[in-house]
Design a protein around this ligand. Structure first.
Ligand SMILES: C[S@@+](CC[C@H](N)C(=O)[O-])C[C@H]1O[C@@H](n2cnc3c(N)ncnc32)[C@H](O)[C@@H]1O
Length: 283
């Protein structure tokens, strides 16, 4: 999360109580922590929402958030940090094709469902990377019914994921040959992921700290929850870990981001050291 400069003239200065209230609401709704040290970050985003909604004051805006679900979603979308790119932490994708999926299918028959969940998926680079990586690197990909689901709390990010347009920066780590095989050229430096891959990923909004939201998604063989828990405090991490545990089949795998760990959160998962990555498993 980057710090920002002081608000420009015209941006309302929130009182300490308003900053705290917005932080409390965002924490309750998302698990993300925005403390008073993020004052400028909060002020800028709240100011933009006040401008869009044309309410008279920050107080009125906070009241509005209590009953307007669309505005609540718009506020959450404004606060999410969507940084992501194709083939991020490629070593985990290697672990997926070389160790995790071969182990998962030992107890399945050809044609059986293999469910993989990218949560959070932000603008789609992660689940699309999984789809492309498996086509390129897992010889058994056609032998099973592989379902890849991408979820995020940010509905704007999900809409962008479904559209499938990506800037050059997002594609920088992919080999040219792979880019040419799976992306159409567009005007400028944007490229669109081909329809076959777009259709191979299902996008569904989900909030990792919401039990009802998580329960309706069913059970998965592999969950990637990368670069999300860094924005949470320990209590929200524990809630998320419980929901993820419940969403995994027994024996299912969990991949976290490289700076994240279950060590201080819960001992319900088993740590698995693979040649390419350290991952977790539901016993
Ligand atoms: C930095 S991105 C990580 C994307 C991808 N996993 C990666 O590693 O490249 C973090 C994402 O977490 C999402 N997010 C934040 N709180 C969430 C929650 N409670 N439930 C689901 N997604 C959430 C944000 O919308 C954002 O898109």
């Amino acid at each position: 999360m980057t710090e920002e400069a002081a608000p420009a003239p015209g941006i309302p200065v929130l009182t300490d109580a308003e900053i705290r209230k917005i932080g409390e609401l965002l924490y309750r709704w998302t698990g993300m922590v925005f403390g008073e040290n993020k004052r400028f970050f909060i002020e800028r985003r709240v100011a933009e929402r006040i401008k869009q909604t044309r309410v008279a004051s920050t107080g009125a805006y906070i009241v509005m958030l209590g009953s307007h679900m669309e505005e609540r979603a718009a506020l959450i979308n404004a606060f999410t940090i969507n940084e992501t790119y194709f083939y991020r932490e490629e070593h985990q994708l290697a672990a997926l094709s070389q160790d995790i999926l071969p182990d998962i299918v030992r107890t399945k028959r050809p044609g059986d469902l293999v469910r993989i969940w990218s949560l959070p998926c932000s603008t789609g680079e992660e689940p699309y990377s999984i789809a492309i990586w498996l086509l390129e690197n897992w010889p058994l990909v056609d032998a099973y019914n592989v379902e890849i689901v991408g979820s995020d709390i940010d509905t704007d990010a999900l809409a962008r994921a479904e559209n499938g347009y990506f800037a050059a920066r997002s594609l920088a780590r992919m080999p040219e040959r792979v880019k040419d095989a799976y992306f159409e050229a567009e005007k400028g430096h944007r490229r669109r992921i081909i329809q076959d891959i777009r259709e191979s990923v299902q996008f569904v909004a989900a909030n990792v700290v919401d039990p009802a939201n998580m329960a309706r998604m069913g059970l998965f063989d592999v969950i990637l929850c990368r670069n999300l828990l860094i924005y949470f405090d320990d209590a929200a991490r524990l809630t998320a870990a419980g929901h993820i545990y419940d969403a995994l089949n027994p024996g299912g795998y969990l991949c976290l981001g490289h700076s994240e760990s279950m060590a201080r959160i819960t001992d319900r998962f088993t740590l698995v050291r693979l040649p390419d990555a350290i991952v977790y498993r539901r016993p």
